[in-house]
Each structure stands twice: as structure tokens, then as C-alpha cells.
Design a protein around this ligand. Structure first.
Ligand SMILES: [Zn+2]
Ligand SMILES: [Zn+2]
Length: 429
């Protein structure tokens, strides 16, 4: 691979209670290395052109991403890690989920694993814009929070239907259609409870199942965005990986896979290649408390170990390789990094939740998002329909008869709200 002149800048911020430390690592070109390895600290840009500090002006550059505060350029792609961990979600890491935002206004979710709905909400994006989900396979750590986005999105002001793409399986019951039809059934009571109470147009689930054996087949083409699927090798027949291309930028996402020939062929020269990079077999024994046999089988045969991940990246040579799908801690990261670096010396980020990648033809910038925990849904992007009260299912006489209404309190609330918002909603009798 040609040595790349572009600078790739990685900033890893951690907030721990009141204390915050920032580790900034600047990687230059394909020879850049982390830990064990050289780190080139580059002085701030202002140093080159003379001092420009001010005691009263805001800083000119921000080394973190504050959701909802930056425009996307017309030719820019922003990718945000909304889940980078393992099947058992934990406070620090949700399971697999990456958001791709494009300068044309389109947004796509790739996988939506357990815990990721909370991360997605922290990005302050109206749910109407989060209406396209691509699922790589049907493990809970890759689609476990779909129900939360689906139902939670309706309550959070989504009016668009939720569109979901996912693979078939070797039998109909192993496919995405079957899984989502049964998810809808699982939420039968939930859906019934909302009839006549809220605008439920966003509750429509549009499922697009495609052949898991399709090789480099386009499954989406709208608004200049093309998304293709390739088979993945993981656990059972059915899993796939995705390739998104738009305005000359190429994003590849493995979901889960053993290294395979399709990924090697079709994701070559991706601008950003996100591939699973499992915990090392040794840490699966030590930290996950597995037997060596299970650690070797799961860690190198069902999943891709860090050294195998490095090998994959050294073949496809992306502008930026992103490893995910491991608990990224102070005591696991060095082992993962060492194993990756035994087989790959190109540009690399080992992802953690809320890592943000801004990608243009000239630059790739890696930062961490700083998020607000007091998140509320964003407003609707289109007018809501008043719910049709005649659709309400209501209560049995038995349950209704148990209500204690506090009529004078409720009447007062109604009149206060009517006065404040200039409405005339009569209190129910
Ligand atoms: Zn899986
Ligand atoms: Zn997984």
C-alpha cells in the first residue's frame, strides 16, 4: 500500500466521575502505530502560524463531538459507534450498532444490538431520520434493541414507518421476516395499548428480506446511496456483511464473520472498514472464565481473533480499519492491539461506544462524542394526526370500576393546560 499522506487523528476521552482525562494519539500515514509503538505528537496547528490564544474567546477547535452541534458537509460521511461490545451489554459498551450519517441527509443503522437504543437516543437525532436499519444477522447482540427503536421511536415522535433489511436463512424460520413477524407478535399487547392514544403511523414495520447467499448484490439504491450484501461466515448459514457506497466513499461493515473470501474481494480499499475483532483467546479464559477449548473455538473459529483481524486488514488495506466486538478495557486493549499489530501496521481504531468518525475524501477524523444523559426525544419532523379515540380498546367494567378519579384534581389540571395552550379539551366524565 502506498504510504498515505493523510493524517488520522484519534482521540480517546474517558469520563470517570468528575475526573476527565484525554489521551490524544496522532497517527500519521500507514506506518502509524499505537502502544508499543510510536506515537507522533503533533503540535496544535496554531503553533505553526504563531500564537492565537485568547483568555476570552472560545477555542477554535473542539477535540470532542457534541451531538447535534455540527453540520455535515455535502460530501461528508459521519459514522458513530452506538455499540461495540459483546452479547452481554454493560454500562460502558452496548452490543453491535453503527450509525452512518451522510451529507445528503440520509442516515442508516447497521445492526442494533442490545443496549444500543440508549446510545442512539443520546445523539439527539429525530426518530423520523432513523428509519432505515440493516441487520447483519439475528443474534441478540446484533438486533436485540430493534423493538426499542421500533416502539420507542413511535413514542419519540417517529411518523415514518421503520424500514428493516435483513438476510434470509437456510430455513424460513431462520430468516429476518420470521424473526420480525414474531417480534411484532411479542408486542401485541403493547401495540394494542397505543391504539387511539397516539399517532401510530410510525409503528408500521417494513421488512425487506434478501438472500443471504447473494454476492455483492445491491439491496438498496436511493438518493445516490448504494448498499450491497455479501455472505458472512458465523455460527449458522444466514449472516451477511454490508458495503455502502456514496459519492466515492466506501463504508464496509462485517457484523460478525470469520475471515472470508467475499469480504477480502469486495471491501478492498474501503474508506472505513469496520470488522469484528474478538477478545483474545487468552482473555476469554482469564476474564470471560471460559475453558481453553471454548475460547479457541469461539475466539478463532466462530469469531475473528485480533491477529486474524489484522491479517484481513492487511489484505483489504482500508483508509481506516476499525475493530469492534470486544470489551475494550485497560487490561484487554493492550493484548488486542499487540495481536492486531502482529499482522497489520496500517491505520487503526479499536472502537468503543460513542467513537465518532468524520470521513471525507481528504481526511478521516476520529473523536469521542460527549453526550448528555438527560436526553428527551427530538420534536416530530412532520405534523402528527390526532389519535382516533374510537379505536381505543379500553378497559373491562371490572378494571374500569376500580378507578379513583380525583375529579377536582383532574379538572384543575385540564383547565390549567387549556388556559396555557389555549385549547378547549373537556375533562373526561
Ligand atoms: Zn453473532
Ligand atoms: Zn456478535
Amino acid at each position: 500500500m502506498m504510504i498515505r499522506q493523510r493524517q488520522i487523528k484519534a482521540i480517546i476521552s474517558k469520563t470517570c466521575g468528575a475526573a476527565m482525562f484525554t489521551l490524544a494519539a496522532f497517527l500519521v500515514g500507514a506506518s502509524a502505530k499505537l502502544a508499543g509503538i510510536e506515537i507522533n505528537m503533533i503540535p496544535p496547528a496554531s503553533a505553526a502560524s504563531g500564537p492565537s490564544a485568547s483568555p476570552v474567546k472560545a477555542l477554535q477547535t473542539r477535540e470532542v463531538y457534541y451531538p447535534g452541534t455540527e453540520d455535515l458537509a455535502a460530501d461528508e460521511m459521519r459514522v458513530i459507534a452506538c455499540g461495540t461490545g459483546m452479547p452481554n451489554a454493560r454500562p460502558k459498551q452496548a452490543a453491535a450498532c453503527f450509525l452512518v450519517e451522510l451529507g445528503n441527509g440520509d442516515k442508516f443503522l447497521f445492526d442494533i444490538g442490545s443496549g444500543s437504543a440508549e446510545r442512539i437516543s443520546a445523539l439527539k437525532i429525530p426518530y423520523d431520520y432513523l428509519d432505515k436499519v440493516f441487520i447483519g444477522h439475528l443474534h441478540s447482540d446484533h438486533f436485540g434493541d430493534l423493538g426499542d427503536l421500533w416502539i420507542g421511536g413511535v413514542i419519540g415522535n417517529r411518523i415514518n414507518p421503520l424500514r428493516v433489511w435483513g438476510p434470509s436463512g437456510s430455513k424460513p424460520e431462520y430468516g429476518t421476516k420470521y424473526a420480525l413477524a414474531h417480534m411484532e407478535k411479542m408486542y401485541t399487547w403493547d401495540s394494542a395499548s397505543r391504539l387511539g392514544n397516539v399517532d401510530i403511523r410510525g409503528q408500521v414495520l417494513e421488512v425487506h428480506e434478501f438472500d443471504y447467499r447473494a454476492i455483492n448484490k445491491e439491496i438498496y439504491n436511493e438518493n445516490g446511496v448504494s448498499i450491497r450484501t455479501i455472505p458472512a461466515i458465523h455460527a449458522l448459514d444466514g449472516p451477511v456483511s454490508f458495503i455502502l457506497e456514496w459519492k466515492g466513499l466506501k463504508f464496509a461493515f462485517s457484523s460478525d464473520t470469520f475471515p472470508n473470501k467475499w469480504w477480502m474481494k469486495y471491501t478492498k480499499d474501503a474508506d472505513i472498514a469496520i470488522h469484528e475483532c474478538f477478545i483474545t483467546p487468552e482473555d476469554l479464559v482469564k476474564k470471560q472464565k471460559w475453558t481453553p477449548g471454548a475460547a479457541l473455538n469461539v475466539g478463532t473459529q466462530i469469531h475473528t481473533s485480533p491477529a486474524q483481524f489484522g491479517k484481513v486488514m492487511s489484505i483489504i488495506k482500508p483508509r481506516l480499519a476499525v475493530g469492534y466486538h470486544f470489551f475494550n478495557d485497560y487490561d484487554t486493549l493492550p493484548n488486542v492491539l499487540e495481536a492486531v499489530r502482529s499482522t497489520y501496521d496500517g491505520p487503526l481504531a479499536l472502537a468503543i461506544d460513542f467513537m465518532v468518525f468524520n470521513i471525507t475524501k481528504d481526511d478521516i477524523r476520529v473523536r469521542m462524542a460527549v453526550t448528555d444523559e438527560d436526553i428527551w426525544p427530538q420534536p416530530a419532523t412532520q405534523a402528527k394526526l390526532p389519535p382516533d379515540a374510537s379505536k381505543r380498546i379500553g378497559f373491562s367494567d371490572f378494571i374500569f370500576g376500580g378507578r379513583v378519579n380525583f375529579k377536582e384534581v383532574v379538572d384543575r389540571i385540564y383547565s390549567e393546560i387549556n388556559e396555557k395552550y389555549e385549547t378547549e379539551i373537556p375533562p373526561p366524565q
